[in-house]
Design a protein around this ligand. Sequence first.
Ligand code: ADP
Length: 458
Amino acid sequence: MPRRLVIASNRTAAPGEPRAGGLAVALYDALTERGGGVWFGWSGEVVERETRGVRLFADGPIDFALADLTQPECDGYYLGYSNRALWPVFHYRTDLAHFDEGEFEAYEAVNRRFGRLLAQQTRPDDLVWIHDYHFLLMGAEMRASGWEGLMGFFLHIPFPAPEVFTSLPQHQRLARGLCAFDLVGFQTDRDAANFRRYLTEQCGGVQNADGTISVFERVVRAETFSIGIDPEDMLSLAGSQEALAAADRLGRIIENRALVLGVDRMDYSKGLPQRMAAFGRMLDESPELRGTVSFLQIAPPSRESVDAYQALRVELDGLAGRINADYGDLDWVPIRYLARGYPREVLAGLYRIARVALVTPLYDGMNLVAKEFVAAQDPEDPGVLILSEFAGAAEQMPDALLVNPHDIAGMADAIERGLLMPVEERRERWNALIRGVRQNDISWWRRSFLDALEACAQ
Ligand code: ADP
């Protein structure tokens, strides 16, 4: 009998929740593949007064255990410490970080309450897998409530260099919390190396011959498990009726102009202003390309109650307007900038007809859009992926056109190169890229993580 899998993530794919993201699907599959299990997380509900327990219900083979948050918990733990301290620092934006002792206390308290609730749902031989930056302390809280079984953690966002991580006033408390896990998984070798370096340089950790680190009276393993997608699924979405209809609808507007595409959550880590500036610069330097290309940026707003996100929205509105005013013409709009989300089928259809994809985050844990774009291409006439060297995906995708997202001139050149790239070179690069996307797909990711976690028992 395989061990029962117990997953915890801030949001789940419970019935009624949008199961749109690749991650939700991946975890859902991990649970069904093992014949069922438990999925714990925040219900998404904000309630007046703290409710003590979890709401339990089954959906097929999965037992969901959902807990509510109170308004102060949501403000402090979620909007506060998770998204105004951890997110910016882990993405190297200490300038945007907001360090508030009270918000940390709320974060710690929610991790404690959730850790205890989850411990109540587990049996000694379960395999517990906790996800992402919202729950850095949950493992330690589970251990504190007496749970001794196998427990792994996966960080979906980058782990910064120790020099940046230490800007968090609570860095040691957080690292100690992570060391309660048997296995800590990261997106890239760079992230895993940063974590190991922090433990050895700052916490007196000792690296053992088997790769584990002895620290805080525990032995922890830190390894890379780069997350992937389901490329077959993306390819079939790209051929769906909805995809074709979307491609047709856009095609009628942009006519035979080459499509340059960006698809991102509206987040300051995604490098959107720099990307627009680079597109403007390309138009400036290559007047012959004006009128032949259309840049579509899809960017649904997220975390709108956090100040830095409101400022980004204003900046992007201004930039897109300015570039369109400067370079547009009676019959041509250079940038189509849409601040809303679209169904996955529509995105797949757009990926398929794009000549160039701009995936240029200033920093990103992995970036799944890069992989989705590659998976959706026509092998005979594939588009070109322009990828930031600071996206985790760059470690696995050296055949993309790699750019420094801070280098506007370099990005402008890359856009021009992508637009003019001969089909032979496009095919060659795409063949190399799709091989990697297929090899390290989403089921490889979850299997390799869970195998490594089970191996920690030996
Ligand atoms: P992040 O997790 O930081 O948002 P990723 O690129 O790793 O970035 O994952 C984003 C996921 O959300 C992808 O699966 C992508 O298809 C989806 N997505 C991104 N932008 C949009 C959008 N405008 N509309 C719908 N889905 C989107």
